[in-house]
Design a protein around this ligand. Structure first.
Ligand code: ATP
Length: 259
């Protein structure tokens, strides 16, 4: 196993410093068995869309984040579904959001092996999660042929609202068909996940999750605001807004230094 220290060859002056650091970290998590090798490809697709978006949280995304927080706060059994990429990118932030919204955390992996499930669950616990579901699935989500159907009765199976950062389309669609309110975090507004979800946050997961946590106290106090947000939200318009933000960013004069 490569034990070379992380980030060693990346200069802080590099214009893409953060992106390169994250890539190194993700490669390391692949070595550790947290991230699946194909997770790197999914990450690259996310990076490409974030580039189009200007690597910032748009007003459109901020609104979707508020709606998502309102939905989590009004839920009876909210669950945050965590995969390898989400754990690698923002385990502590997910724990913070789960605590703030009283959501359960359940690990669900596309490339599922018992060993990987154990590793990702432990990784979340090391990040501070008190209870992580997913080690012992005892239910099946209807409509999915793969191992991803396996979930827990206490968690995803009986949830009313499920937050799925970085989901694949099949499972997002199956969750919706099974009657769940689905919140997705997905930088690709064209993906099946983005189109299937009730609320799609088109933002980078490491920006979206902490943003959401900061929104909790105010929205928890204000039921009228939550209701107004939920009643006025249209995910189709939200996705169109995300695409418009990308178009506008492409038309804007490009800043120096991007490569
Ligand atoms: P679908 O199956 O929904 O049509 P897909 O085949 O692209 O989409 P995956 O390959 O599972 O699904 O990719 C995961 C999705 O997560 C991609 O759409 C990608 O844009 C998005 N993504 C990857 N990294 C991030 C990130 N850090 N933050 C937000 N979204 C991300």
């Amino acid at each position: 196993m490569n034990t070379s220290p992380l980030f060693v060859q990346i200069s802080k002056d590099h214009p893409r410093y953060r992106s390169l650091v994250v890539r190194e970290m993700m490669a390391k998590r692949v070595e550790e068995g947290i991230v699946a090798p194909t997770g790197l490809i999914a990450h690259g697709r996310g990076e490409a869309f974030d580039y189009l978006l200007g690597e910032r949280t748009t007003e459109n995304a901020r609104r979707a984040e508020m709606v998502a927080v309102a939905m989590l706060l009004d839920a009876i059994r909210p669950v945050i579904s965590v995969n390898g990429n989400t754990a690698a990118l923002c385990s502590k932030e997910v724990v913070g959001l789960a605590e703030a919204t009283r959501a359960k955390i359940e690990v669900n992996l596309f490339h599922r092996t018992e060993e990987r499930v154990q590793k990702v669950c432990s990784f979340m616990e090391d990040a501070g999660a008190k209870e992580v579901l997913g080690r012992s699935p005892d239910a099946l989500l209807p409509g999915i042929a793969s191992d991803r159907a396996r979930c827990t009765r206490e968690g995803i199976y009986s949830a009313d609202v499920v937050l799925v950062p970085l989901e694949d389309g099949d499972r997002a669609e199956a969750l919706v068909k099974f009657g769940k309110k689905v919140i997705a975090i997905d930088l690709n507004p064209l993906s099946r996940t983005a189109r299937a979800a009730h609320v799609t946050i088109v933002d980078e997961v490491t920006r979206a999750v902490p943003n959401m946590t900061t929104m909790v106290p105010e929205l928890r106090r204000n039921g009228d605001r939550r209701l107004a947000l939920l009643n006025s939200f249209d995910n189709q318009l939200n996705l169109e807004g995300a695409m418009e933000a990308m178009r506008a960013n492409l038309s804007a004069p490009q800043s120096e230094g991007k490569e």
